[in-house]
Design a binder for this molecule. Structure first.
Ligand SMILES: C[S@@+](CC[C@H](N)C(=O)[O-])C[C@H]1O[C@@H](n2cnc3c(N)ncnc32)[C@H](O)[C@@H]1O
Length: 259
């Protein structure tokens, strides 16, 4: 990728997450709702069982306000977690929730620089709603795989499938309009209507290559042990209706590196 574009994506992410950090959990109801939270917890528990180690070293990439980190900490088999995020404001939100926890090491860095400098590997690597924010997610995925220990697992949550249909488009529009206008406090609504996602969420607007990513893993002899495509929406009524829509807007992928 052109280095100027790459830098533009990083800068846009710094700006976006600086602005939305304190409201992140509130405005991302498509993630922070009971069904989605329960699904994430189940997938994490399954992966931990598959890894089957008594003290798992985990890395949570782009951990943000702690969606994945906090669930990992609830599992007794997690021995340590390194949490990396570009945004210091997002990490501050996580820090409020964590207070002090000796199992967690927090690193404020760009993930590519972190992975290049990191010498040790991890048994479990999680990355939730981050790949589409990165300049070159294929290149970063390569670096991630190099840091995944044999017998370990990589879990990718909440990325766009790129599937499209008129119905999906209408429901997505309605879900977002009703949620923002009816459920968000006016001050928060004011902030989020000023947010520009065009470069921060670059690969949402430039077709995320899910099939390419799956092939990439398969060609490397990695085992895909979990794959789920489903619709994520903020409002319960649309999450219910989502089952009737053939196209799905989101995926979760679990990859295992053989021993
Ligand atoms: C949509 S949030 C996801 C947060 C959390 N993982 C979750 O599931 O709610 C994306 C996160 O990725 C971080 N991020 C974006 N680009 C990054 C990069 N190049 N390196 C590290 N973190 C990055 C952002 O600061 C933000 O906290």
């Amino acid at each position: 990728m052109d280095p100027k574009l790459s830098q533009k994506i990083i800068t846009a992410n710094l700006e976006l997450h600086h602005k939305e950090a304190q409201y992140y959990d509130l405005i991302h109801r498509e993630i922070f709702n009971p069904e989605e939270q329960s699904l994430i917890s189940h997938v994490l528990a399954d992966a931990i069982e598959i890894i089957n180690m008594p003290s798992i070293s985990a890395l949570d990439i782009g951990a943000g306000t702690g969606n994945i980190t906090l669930k990992l900490l609830d599992n007794k088999n997690i021995g340590s977690i390194v949490v990396v995020d570009l945004s210091k404001e997002m990490l501050e939100q996580l820090q409020f929730k964590l207070e002090s926890n000796p199992k967690v090491k927090i690193v404020n860095a760009d993930i590519d620089s972190f992975l290049e400098a990191q010498t040790k590997g991890f048994d479990l690597i999680t990355i939730s709603s981050v790949l589409h924010h990165l300049p070159d997610y294929f290149e970063t995925t390569e670096k991630i795989l190099k840091k995944l220990n044999a017998g370990g697992a990589l879990l990718i949550f909440h990325e766009p499938t790129g599937q499209k249909s008129k119905l999906l488009e209408i429901i997505t529009w309605l879900d977002s309009r009703l949620f923002v206008n009816l459920l968000l406090p006016p001050l928060v609504k004011e902030v989020i209507t000023t947010l520009d996602h065009s470069y921060s969420d670059y690969h949402v607007y430039h077709d995320f290559d899910l099939e390419g990513l799956k092939k990439h893993f398969e060609n490397k002899g990695l085992e895909i042990f979990y794959f789920n495509q489903h619709n994520v929406f903020s409002l319960g009524i649309f999450r219910w209706l989502a089952r009737l829509i053939p196209q799905k807007n989101n995926f979760i992928l679990g990859i295992k590196k053989l021993k």
